[in-house]
Design a protein around this ligand. Structure first.
Ligand code: C2E
Ligand code: MG
Ligand code: MG
Ligand code: MG
Length: 280
């Protein structure tokens, strides 16, 4: 009885699990191949706007993967995969190199790059960043590395050492998706970062009763008291943009202002923005 029930269970769940594991392994292989091939991965750039002047102040590099048969795969899917498959260093190096080359091409803009806690936990990470900046003649203060709270949880202290070395050199740091992790205001007081990026969930809660306005207001208060800059993520409407500007957010980012675009569209986008401002 038990045996047949067990077999039944296997029949229902077994192959499914099996398939999931195989799919994951296949995708890992495909990602490894993509890192070699070099034409499936591309870096897109989402402009970040000054809340006051509405000028573009920086670009955030966001990696894209066009899988040869599956089409576009979201970074929320393949970045974690790269982390567990030991591929995140190569992926991170690819994005950073692309971002440095873009920074050199657009000298008036700063550039932000997302960094996984695993990369930051590698002993030689800071040295690799220095060497890329030097190779592309990009001043260190034009680069901002976006980290998440997990990077600050690192027990071995390697992340912290890298952050300190990079900050001493002039590289900036932003805490991404702020408010979604363990961060408390107490922690915010001690953070060694230059900027807080308020997670889009707070921005999107503006229109709900008891929504995110009060939360954003207190984050802005504490952060500004510490001398940190604030970016609001996920700005999708003019109304949100207006509220965030009034709350004192320094920079705004979101589909309402601009979607992430390929590098080939940047010149046109920047030109159009300048034209829009000078004509209004
Ligand atoms: P993130 O760093 O918080 O990036 C913001 C994400 O929100 C991006 O998604 C962006 O396309 C999306 N977004 C921008 N404006 C809006 C908006 O108005 N509304 C909504 N709903 N979404 C908006 P994307 O590109 O899919 O990236 C997702 C996450 O993947 C990133 O979140 C980041 O954590 C990670 N990621 C992306 N590129 C890299 C990378 O090169 N390295 C690492 N380690 N992680 C990356
Ligand atoms: Mg980010
Ligand atoms: Mg974010
Ligand atoms: Mg995120």
């Amino acid at each position: 009885h038990a045996k047949s029930a067990g077999r039944n269970r296997y029949a229902v769940f077994g192959p499914h699990m099996d398939e999931l594991i195989r799919t994951k392994r296949d995708l890992e292989q495909d990602l490894r191949a993509a890192l070699h091939a070099g034409n499936q991965l591309e870096v897109f750039y989402q402009p970040v706007y000054s809340a006051q002047s509405r000028e573009i102040s920086s670009l955030e590099a966001l990696v894209r993967w066009r899988h040869p048969s599956k089409g576009a795969i979201a970074p929320d899917v393949f970045v974690p995969l790269a982390e567990t498959a030991g591929l995140i260093d190569r992926l991170g190096a690819f994005v950073l190199k692309e971002a440095c080359s873009t920074a050199r091409e657009f000298p008036s803009l700063d550039i932000a790059v997302n960094v996984s806690a695993i990369e930051l936990g590698q002993r030689h990470y800071a040295a690799q960043v220095f060497s890329l900046l030097r190779q592309f003649s990009v001043e260190p203060w034009r680069l901002e590395l976006e980290i998440t709270e997990t990077a600050l949880l690192d027990e071995a202290g390697v992340c912290e050492k890298n952050i300190t070395a990079l900050r001493d050199f002039g590289v900036k740091f932003a805490l991404d998706d702020f408010g979604t992790g363990f961060s408390s205001f107490g922690r915010l007081q001690r953070l060694e970062v230059d900027r807080i990026k308020i997670d889009r969930s707070f921005v999107h809660a503006f229109d709900r009763p008891g929504g995110g306005v009060a939360v954003v207001q207190s984050i802005v208060g504490v952060a500004h008291a510490k001398g940190l800059r604030i970016t609001a993520e996920g700005v999708e409407t003019e109304e949100q943009s207006e509220i965030l500007r009034n709350l004192g957010c320094d920079e705004l980012q979101g589909f309402h202002l601009s979607k992430p675009v390929p590098k080939s569209s940047l010149r046109q986008l920047l030109g159009a923005e300048t034209a829009k401002r000078t004509s209004s």
